[in-house]
Design a protein around this ligand. Structure first.
Ligand SMILES: [Zn+2]
Length: 399
């Protein structure tokens, strides 16, 4: 029986020398535990991990773990989007139901990001599977873990240690919250392009970095949040009659069937009235606009460098998977370039030069931008592509 740990060495998508990221065997290892943490009480992160570890070992013996990507929060929110939604005004709603933007119960959930704005990154668990020719390049996404603690090295998102050993790095940074009890926020179903996580204020065509999730297409997930209580002095308006707000610090997005199998009705989790939380979050002091700069572009550029590392390290035999990696790089640098990040033009030029024997088609460029959460790429495609191509041609000599 495999385990998260010694027997677990497959990186995500790993088969026959195919690797995602540099995680490799270095990603193995049980979650580091604080020496003081002995309770392992029902509903806590360590309790969840123990059960999940046993279940995956039995049912997904070749699962892999990898760095997932980073997003920037500028409105103290993380929104899970099951489809490409544009910005809309739903800041006081946990789950939006709106005909204008298409958000409906079951395709969106938004949460407070810890103490407020920051760069937050996640790790993914995938079911390993083999790749043959052009098929099967999206293995099932089992779970995603995000840490909403901008003070942690993990959440800086720019820390390459999280690339090489994603799981121990995540859990060593999450130790502060390992005794907090989880609570089920709700379920959602990802659309045909999977789901994204990012700031709820992210608009189509913006510089916001959203994280996409391979292998989540058309699958249903349960969101479990591990939160810390908020002290009364942090709440504006002394009466605070609504109840007690909580700060989500870790969220686990777990395959719905697995969640059912492992945790049943969720009776071991805390009972929180999540629908009431956004109103209370509105009364909290949150730390906003750190740096005031372009954290989205920093995330895009950094994750582009991550995928460039994956792409350059690729030694497999699947041209389709190689293209998938190239497209991940392309999407991030293309988006950054389109929103005016100068350095991304030269990154992009280098990439285009390197793959000049297999130039990207317009369809591939659109797909790369859609994976970034850009649906307007479809309607403005020719204009966008012409603009960028011309500039790269003129300044970098790339045909
Ligand atoms: Zn709306």
């Amino acid at each position: 029986m495999g385990k998260i740990g010694g027997g677990q060495s497959d990186p995500p998508l790993a088969k026959e020398g195919v690797k995602v990221g540099a995680s490799g065997g270095a990603g193995a290892g049980s979650p580091p535990r604080d020496a003081e943490a002995t309770k392992n009480s029902p509903g806590t992160l360590l309790w969840v991990m123990d059960r999940l570890e046993a279940y995956l070992g039995e049912n997904y013996p070749n699962f892999g773990i990898g760095y997932g990507g980073a997003f920037n929060s500028e409105t103290a929110t993380a929104e899970i989007r099951g489809a490409l939604f544009d910005h809309c005004d739903h800041f006081d709603e946990l789950i939006a139901d709106c005909d204008t933007c298409g958000r409906k119960p079951g395709n969106n959930i938004r949460l407070l990001t810890g103490s407020g704005d920051g760069v937050y990154s996640g790790i993914n668990y995938w079911a390993a599977q083999s790749y043959q020719g052009d098929h099967d390049i999206n293995p099932e996404l089992i779970a995603s873990f995000y840490l909403f603690d901008r003070g942690s090295a993990h959440s800086r998102g720019i820390d390459a240690r999280g690339w090489d050993s994603p799981m121990p790095f995540f859990f060593s940074n999450a130790v502060t919250y390992q005794e907090h009890q989880g609570s089920v926020v709700g379920d959602f179903t990802a659309g045909s392009e999977g789901f994204w996580i990012g700031d709820a204020g992210a608009s189509d065509g913006s510089s916001y970095a959203l994280v996409n999730h391979w292998g989540s297409e058309n699958r249903s997930y349960r969101v479990i949040a591990f939160s810390e209580p908020v002290e009364a002095r942090e709440i504006r308006g002394a009466s605070a009659p609504d109840g007690v707000p909580v700060r989500p610090r870790i969220i686990v997005i777990l395959g719905q069937q697995i969640a059912n199998d492992v945790f049943g009705s969720g009776a071991d989790f805390a009972d929180i009235d999540w629908d009431a939380q956004p109103r209370m979050w509105g009364k909290l002091s949150v730390q906003a606009n750190i740096g005031g700069g372009d954290n989205g572009v920093a995330c895009l550029s950094n994750d582009g460098i991550y995928w460039e590392k994956v792409r350059k390290g690729f030694q497999g035999s699947s041209p389709a998977l190689q293209r998938k990696y190239e497209t991940e790089v392309l999407g991030r640098w293309y988006q950054a370039a389109l929103v005016g990040h100068e350095k991304s033009y030269s990154y992009l030029a280098d990439l285009l030069r390197e793959v000049s024997d297999r130039p990207f088609t317009e369809e591939e460029i659109l797909s790369a931008l859609r994976s970034r959460g850009w649906s307007l790429a479809t309607s403005r495609s020719s204009e966008l592509i012409a603009k960028l191509t011309e500039r790269i041609h003129h300044e970098h000599g790339v045909e």
